[in-house]
Write a protein that binds this ligand. Structure first.
Ligand code: A3P
Length: 288
């Protein structure tokens, strides 16, 4: 998995999208507001899905408000170099995205009352989603060698470093009342029920019809057809959508179409070793 990068506190960042200053600013100087909501994920875990859901909840299902801005500007990633410009256009309460691992997250968050929603996804599906993503995003040198790609992912050579460290780092907060975690698979299995739980966590009271509208406009199909949500307004020198879609399949279990039996067994072994000190079990551990 090849991209022009720099390392910051053991984590890989892509040159051009981030600078050492932008990441350091995000960690050390960025001011978190008490009413901020943070959408935190390891890449390809459902970040954009959650952006859509959170912004629809904020506007009680009013799609004219959410569609006024492309999805990546609605809830920008606060560690990126472009954030300084984008933040000026945000209305409170701010819904911000981040892929930062726990140890680099904004120091001021830990003294605030702001809330975090953290989504996790079966890492095998994260790998597959990322594998296809690297074919359309121009910062990457695309590869067809899935074995090498898998090895790089395991070794933490992906953008934002190791999936295992990301999940283990953030799960330190699992019992904090400002922290809500959910899996991509739970969202798929019970989209409406998940939206209701998220509203409850945020203290947002939506009636049944408003909840229905949030769900309707955050389905895979609806987002895929929505030019404000499907990244089609990003220039082709950044993302080349002639080579694939940003909203690609939106399913659980596509890894079975990519991993060989040997790769699956190998990944299982690594997973068990790396996750053994985390006393939690996840949906995909039973079903993979
Ligand atoms: P696939 O590549 O497996 O299709 P992120 O937003 O973190 O980059 O994650 C992207 C993944 O989330 C992609 O997975 C994308 O299709 C999926 N996704 C985005 N919106 C979705 C939705 N409404 N329902 C289901 N999956 C969605």
């Amino acid at each position: 998995m090849s991209f022009d990068h720099f390392d910051y506190k053991g984590v890989r960042f892509a040159k051009g999208i981030y600078t050492e200053e932008s990441v350091s600013h995000a960690e050390n100087e960025f001011e978190v507001f008490d009413d901020d909501i943070y959408n935190v994920t390891y890449p390809k875990s459902g970040t954009n899905w959650m952006i859509e859901i959170l912004n629809l909840i904020k506007h009680k299902g009013d799609v004219t408000k959410t569609n006024a801005t492309p999805i990546f500007s609605r809830s920008p990633w606060y560690e990126t170099a472009s954030f300084k410009e984008r933040v000026k256009k945000l209305d409170p309460p701010r819904i911000l995205s981040s892929h930062l691992p726990h140890h680099i997250f904004a120091k001021s968050y830990f003294k605030s009352k702001a809330k975090i929603i953290y989504i996790m996804r079966n890492p095998r599906d994260v790998i597959v989603s990322l594998f296809h993503f690297t074919k359309i995003v121009k910062i990457y040198t695309p590869t067809e060698n899935f074995q090498n790609f898998l090895e790089d992912f395991i070794q933490g050579k992906a953008l934002y470093g190791s999936w295992f460290d990301h999940v283990k780092g953030w799960m330190q907060m699992k019992d904090d009342e400002r922290f809500f975690f959910i899996t991509y698979e739970e969202l798929l299995q019970d989209h409406r029920g998940s939206v209701v739980r998220i509203c409850k966590f945020l203290g947002q009271e939506l009636d049944d019809a408003q909840i229905d509208t949030v769900v309707k406009h955050s389905t895979f199909q609806s987002m895929k057809e929505n030019p404000m949500s499907n990244w089609s307004n990003v220039p082709s020198y950044v993302i080349d959508l002639s080579k694939g879609s940003f909203l690609r399949k939106g399913i659980s279990g596509d890894w079975k179409n990519h991993f060989t039996v040997a790769q699956s067994e190998y990944f299982d072994k690594i997973y068990q070793e790396k996750m053994k000190d985390l006393n939690m079990s996840f949906f995909w551990e039973q079903s993979s």
